[in-house]
Design a binder for this molecule. Structure first.
Ligand SMILES: Nc1ncnc2c1ncn2[C@@H]1O[C@H](COP(=O)(O)OP(=O)(O)OP(=O)(O)O)[C@@H](O)[C@H]1O
Length: 267
């Protein structure tokens, strides 16, 4: 089993990802796709007059502050436009894909964090009304049912809180939790960069290999949102996934290239 997570930043080629995925699926390989949608969510939020707000925690992690209106915009884009766009591409390629969010069948479950600490101008503030959380539990029943019936699941945040409230969760860490729960052989985290860069944005500074027992020490090279990918990789290998690859989804055959060792390989 291979879990592929494709991001939602500018430049990602969904046609290339879907064509590669479909070709591999047709050979009998078992795959699941998880996707993001941050770039388009920012655009739609601006257009709707509710611009995105990002907060940086005291430990340096950046996340989207998700009030109820932001959550609704997030769902429109992630579960609507992006998810259905991917499902449509796969259907056109002859793959019977099914798009679901983590809320559906409670595939992704976690604790709802209502408040978040945000560092602004050197001062730490507490913001309330946040609909965020972290995936703590993956309920694989529905996914296994779909896979055994020949459907390819296409999954996306949000997740469900234990109380059944929709929560915005990080897609990379959700994919990592899924890969652990399904005992996947590999987790691919594909985005609009060649992999983890030692000296971002210099693409020639690509880090080719990260030892599985030392992932967290590479957090120092990751800025803002890349940190979550490194954290997700650490969680996946700690949970028994043998290989995590940060790969490029901008062109070519992104899945095949990553599995062939392009990008940053954590093993
Ligand atoms: N050291 C680094 N190496 C590579 N990219 C980095 C680094 N530091 C920061 N980045 C940024 O991290 C981004 C990738 O993370 P991001 O969460 O934006 O992508 P995504 O997974 O495509 O999005 P989504 O949240 O929609 O799933 C890159 O576009 C780059 O701007």
């Amino acid at each position: 089993m291979i879990v592929v997570k494709v991001g939602g930043s500018a430049g990602i080629d969904y046609d290339a990802v879907c064509a590669d995925l479909a070709a591999r699926w047709k050979t009998g390989e078992r795959l699941i796709l998880v996707h993001g949608g941050s770039g388009e969510t920012n655009r739609v939020a601006e257009a709707l007059g509710h611009p995105p707000k990002f907060v940086t925690s005291p430990s340096g992690y950046t996340s989207r502050f998700t009030d109820r209106q932001t959550l609704e915009i997030f769902e429109m884009v992630y579960c609507g436009k992006i998810n259905k766009g991917i499902v449509e591409r796969l259907q056109r390629l002859g793959v019977n894909a099914v798009g679901l969010s983590g809320l559906d069948g409670r595939i992704f479950e976690g604790r709802h964090k209502d408040s978040v600490r945000s560092v602004e101008n050197g001062k730490t503030k507490v913001l309330r009304g946040d609909h965020t959380g972290t995936v703590e539990k993956v309920n694989t029943g529905l996914i296994e049912l779909l896979l055994s019936a020949g459907y390819l699941p296409v999954l996306t945040p949000p997740a469900s809180s234990y109380e059944g409230v929709a929560i915005n969760v990080d897609g990379d860490r959700a994919a990592a939790a899924l890969a652990v729960a399904l005992k996947a052989d590999a987790l691919l985290l594909l985005s609009n960069v060649p992999g983890l860069l030692r000296d971002y944005p210099d693409e020639s500074s690509l880090i080719r290999h990260i030892p599985a027992d030392d992932v967290e020490s590479y957090l120092e090279f990751a800025q803002d949102r890349m940190k979550k990918k490194v954290l997700g990789a650490a969680e996946a290998v700690a949970g028994g996934v043998r290989r995590v690859i940060f790969g490029d989804a901008r062109a070519g055959q992104p899945i095949t290239a990553a599995l062939d060792g392009a990008g940053t390989v954590v093993s």
